[in-house]
Ligand binder design. Structure first.
Ligand code: NAD
Ligand code: WQD
Length: 335
């Protein structure tokens, strides 16, 4: 089975490619390297023992996409390529709509022309917006509260409409909760540009002494310790979720919409303390104002993923923190 992985040199994509190769799939990566580096290919090769094919191109580039689908006969596409910074999307909405929505449109059109009708799409729990209750089930209302989330919802809508128009399509809409962690080799992980926006890379950089302290956004939420609660999921579990949905779609036509989370909510301070235990370092922090747009708590009902795909997250926050720390400590050393 040959799989095209868009955005495959990125954080989640690179971990998924490692698992695809380990399971015997052939993987071809297309990425424009706007948020990743080609060096990831060397690291994937070191872990997996062979190197995925790589084409540097933008998924919005019709000619390049057409050539790619002419050069290969793909069985399925996993579509990670997209921009994901929530704050940046508010400042540059048209860039986000163009990259995420137009990029997906060009990809799906190229797939249709090539007769490749199996796609797995990286959606996000952000499509739910503020949930009326937790845990969140896939049939909850979709009401994203920001531009980034609306780009994800538009792409989901595009795929739902496409499936209604042609039932030959086999589509997996995967709604990720909060992906964290790294491959346990310490060779690949999340490498944000500049000061991280997300909690886990921020904590890791504080532990490493690259940032002085963590700002905890809000200590007065209606949660057990007053700090925000999220469903953190290890990126390797997430990667395996993609293999599970590929296997499902191979024998079950249709459109599957599935949450990928653990079902466990953890607070900011729980994550801080887990990271202190994993790293043996103190994480100084200061509680500050809430971050605008943040939700107090959200976590998945992961039951459908288990029933439909036979997939369940296996790794807890101790492993998420230990693997993030290993990656953090490796980043500035010569591997
Ligand atoms: P990432 O930025 O590490 O990876 C995305 C990759 O896509 C990068 O390598 C980037 O260079 C590439 N890319 C972006 N636009 C492209 C384009 N037009 N053409 C070709 N390549 C392009 O992000 P990630 O964390 O690995 O996220 C992967 C996907 O999962 C994204 O679609 C993201 O929105 C989604 N997602 C991420 C999270 C998260 O918290 N990390 C949560 C939910 C959903
Ligand atoms: C987690 C918790 C913060 C940083 C985002 C996107 C979402 C999805 C995943 C792509 C919250 C708190 C954070 C800090 C803090 N991405 N925090 N200090 O906001 O749940 O989700 O990433 O699809 O769409 O919105 O993740 O890691 O930013 O925050 O206290 O310096 O950590 O307030 O409670 P979030 P996060």
């Amino acid at each position: 089975m040959k799989i095209l992985v868009t955005g495959g040199t990125g954080y989640i994509g690179s971990h998924t490619v490692v698992e695809l190769l380990a399971a015997g799939y052939e993987a071809v990566i297309v990425d424009n390297l706007c948020n990743s580096k080609a060096d990831v290919l060397n690291r994937i090769e070191r872990i997996a023992g062979h190197r995925p094919d790589f084409i540097q191109a933008d998924v919005r580039d019709r000619a390049a996409m057409r050539d790619l689908f002419k050069a290969h006969r793909f069985d399925a596409v996993i579509h990670f390529a997209g921009l994901k910074a929530v704050g940046e999307a508010e400042a540059q909405p048209l860039r986000y709509y163009d990259n995420n929505v137009t990029g997906s449109l060009v990809l799906f059109e190229t797939m249709m022309d090539a007769g490749v009708k199996t796609v797995v799409f990286s959606s996000s729990a952000t499509v739910y917006g503020e949930p009326a209750s937790n845990p969140i089930r896939e049939d909850f209302p979709l009401a994203p509260a920001n531009t980034y989330g609306r780009t994800k919802l538009m792409i989901e809508d595009m795929l739902r409409d496409l499936h209604r128009s042609d039932s030959d399509w086999r589509i997996g809409l995967l709604r990720y909760f909060n992906p964290v962690g790294a491959h346990d080799s310490g060779l690949i992980g999340e490498d944000p540009n500049g000061v991280p926006n997300n909690l886990m890379p921020y904590i890791a950089q504080v532990a490493a002494g690259r940032l002085p302290q963590l700002t905890v956004y809000g200590g007065d939420y209606a949660t057990p310790d007053g700090t925000g609660v999220r469903d953190y999921i290890h990126v390797m579990d997430l990667a395996l979720g993609h293999l599970a949905v590929l296997r499902h779609l191979a024998c079950t036509p249709g459109l599957a919409t599935v949450n990928l989370g653990t079902g466990q909510g953890h607070s900011v301070l729980e994550m801080v303390h887990a990271f202190e235990r994993a790293s043996g370092r103190a994480i100084p922090y200061q509680i500050a104002e809430r971050r605008p747009g943040d939700i107090a708590a959200y976590y998945a009902d992961p039951g459908l993923a288990e029933r439909l795909l036979g997939w369940k997250a296996a790794r807890g926050i101790a492993e998420m923190c230990a693997d993030t720390w290993k990656w953090q400590m490796n980043q500035h050393s010569d591997y």
